[in-house]
Design a binder for this molecule. Structure first.
Ligand SMILES: C[S@@+](CC[C@H](N)C(=O)[O-])C[C@H]1O[C@@H](n2cnc3c(N)ncnc32)[C@H](O)[C@@H]1O
Length: 235
């Protein structure tokens, strides 16, 4: 996903624009290869990418031409980052893959300074039928070797491109991305990871409230895409 698409995505799904990051100290939690940071860093004062895996190496490489981007390897459940120092913390498609998403959301909240903001993308709970189909499939796919899992992800991406694909996707979760490769990655990301929590919107809102955040914006449809502001900033 290139920079223009990330910009469009942040605008459509979170109502965020480059101005929201202007001169800000930003943390990208679960940064992966840095597709969001590549858009944010040219506007921000500092961007720190945190990731638990070797994806952090790709982040470092992809952002090596920017002198305000820093790569940190670590787990958001025990983050090696200063508490209360970030103007903006975002975590896109990450915290539902941790062992404890509630703790992970609260850790992200801790990083934000008073008056700062948080933006999260989290999977939501769907209807019991789809949850059951998904759990049954993932019980198999999460045990597959990575190359086989990738083959399954490719087959699903192909299937989605057929006339009945979108119909089947009402029951079996499949990536809806337009580009084939994006669908493969989306499917791999859905069926591969060990943890995949589906969260209740009300629960997430409750955690944010308890952490002293007020809702700024929430996308009206699933999954959960939310922006909230930490109380106590300059008035
Ligand atoms: C689906 S990818 C999303 C990457 C990026 N946010 C994006 O949207 O392109 C999830 C990322 O979260 C990272 N991750 C998973 N659990 C984590 C944890 N406990 N702490 C930090 N990063 C984690 C993974 O290594 C992976 O890079």
């Amino acid at each position: 996903m290139g920079v223009p698409r990330v910009e469009r995505d942040l605008s459509e799904k979170y109502r965020l624009s480059r101005e929201d990051f202007q001169d800000k100290v930003v943390a990208d939690v679960g940064c992966g290869m840095g597709r969001h940071a590549l858009f944010v860093a040219p506007h921000a004062r500092i961007v720190v990418g945190l990731d638990a895996t070797d994806a952090i190496r790709s982040f470092a490489k992809n952002l090596s031409s920017l002198n305000n981007a820093y790569a940190v390897k670590g787990d958001i459940l025990d983050p090696p980052l200063a508490v209360g120092q970030f103007d903006f913390v975002y975590s896109i498609g990450v915290l539902h893959h941790t062992a404890d998403p509630e703790a992970a959301v609260r850790k992200c909240c801790d990083l934000v300074k008073p008056g700062g903001r948080i933006a999260l993308y989290l999977y939501s709970k769907v209807d019991p039928g789809r949850e059951a189909v998904n759990a049954a499939l993932r019980a198999i796919t999460t045990r597959l070797p990575p190359d086989v899992a990738l083959g399954v992800a490719r087959s699903m991406a192909l299937a989605y491109g057929t006339p009945i694909g979108p119909l089947v996707s009402n029951v079996v979760n499949m990536s809806h991305e337009v580009e084939f490769n994006d669908r493969v990655l989306g499917n791999y990301d859905w069926y591969g990871p060990r943890y995949q929590w589906h969260l209740e919107e009300a629960a997430v809102l409750g955690w944010l409230r308890e952490e002293g955040f007020a809702l700024t914006w929430m996308h009206p449809t699933e999954p959960i895409r939310i922006v909230a502001t930490k109380e106590g900033g300059p008035s």
